[in-house]
Write a protein that binds this ligand. Structure first.
Ligand SMILES: [Zn+2]
Length: 256
């Protein structure tokens, strides 16, 4: 393999968008066959271009540039560059490039931005959904407390810990909510697990993730019963454990 020559770098974007003049394309492909760096970059750019039709349906870009870019991409498959070096040389191309090299590069930049926007929109929507959900949980908890729910505080088991947790059990026996805050930071493969302990036998109730220190509400499906002990341990994720494998970080007796 040859050393990379920077003069080919600017052809990369135009190449994946099929926008090189035939002579430029031939020269670039000759270089591409010899250059690992350009092969890698083409391999990275091609999926971005291929993903465009998906990405743009999520965002709403309507620039002339996008139209031209999309028409360049949708134009045909025959002229699409292939990563596999062609033994017989580059296929003959007799049509004019659809975009100038400068336009193609701009188009590629736009393509990446459009794809990013789509992902961003999607993430924003998820955030809004989870905020809405939190507000709904909070309303449920408020309503439950107003109608006489018992709030069962779990106490941190190590001195100096500021971890907080309470199990809010609605009076009607419906599903409780676990309120947590300031839980210790754990590595990404660990989860928190809530247990109900009757006598000495713990049953797994809820596996959840928590980070930061803001209060969070975790819905729980199993009603808390008086005199059971609630406890939270740190367990291997993502599924937690069938029985506690670590000492509880919080524990408390339910008085319902
Ligand atoms: Zn190169």
């Amino acid at each position: 393999l040859n050393d990379h020559d920077d003069s080919f770098t600017e052809d990369l974007g135009a190449y994946v968008l099929d926008a090189l003049e035939p002579s430029e394309r031939e020269a670039f492909e000759a270089h591409l066959r010899m250059c690992a760096q350009c092969q890698t970059e083409v391999a990275e750019l091609l999926p971005v271009v291929d993903a465009l039709p998906l990405a743009v349906t999520q965002a709403e870009p309507s620039s002339e540039l996008k139209t031209r870019l999309m028409s360049a991409i949708a134009d045909d498959g025959s002229g699409r560059p292939s990563l596999v070096p062609m033994p017989g040389g580059a296929p003959a191309r007799d049509r004019r490039p659809l975009l100038s090299r400068g336009e193609a590069l701009l188009g590629l930049v736009a393509a990446v931005i459009i794809a990013a926007l789509g992902i961003w929109n999607h993430q924003l929507q998820n955030q809004i959904d989870s905020q809405k959900q939190n507000i709904a949980y909070q309303q449920n908890v408020n309503r439950a407390i107003l109608s006489g729910a018992s709030v069962n505080q779990l106490s941190a088991t190590s001195s100096g810990s500021t971890a907080q947790a309470s199990v809010v059990q609605p009076k009607d026996g419906s599903s409780p909510y676990l309120l947590v805050g300031n839980l210790p930071a754990v590595s990404g493969n660990k989860v928190f697990e809530l247990w109900y302990i009757r006598g000495t036998s713990p049953s797994p109730v809820k596996v959840f993730r928590y980070s930061g220190n803001a209060p969070a509400i975790v819905p729980v499906s199993q009603a808390a019963e008086s005199n059971n002990i609630g406890a939270i341990t740190i367990e291997p994720g993502p599924n937690g454990s069938k029985a506690p494998t670590t000492k509880p970080i919080l524990a408390g007796k339910f008085k319902i």
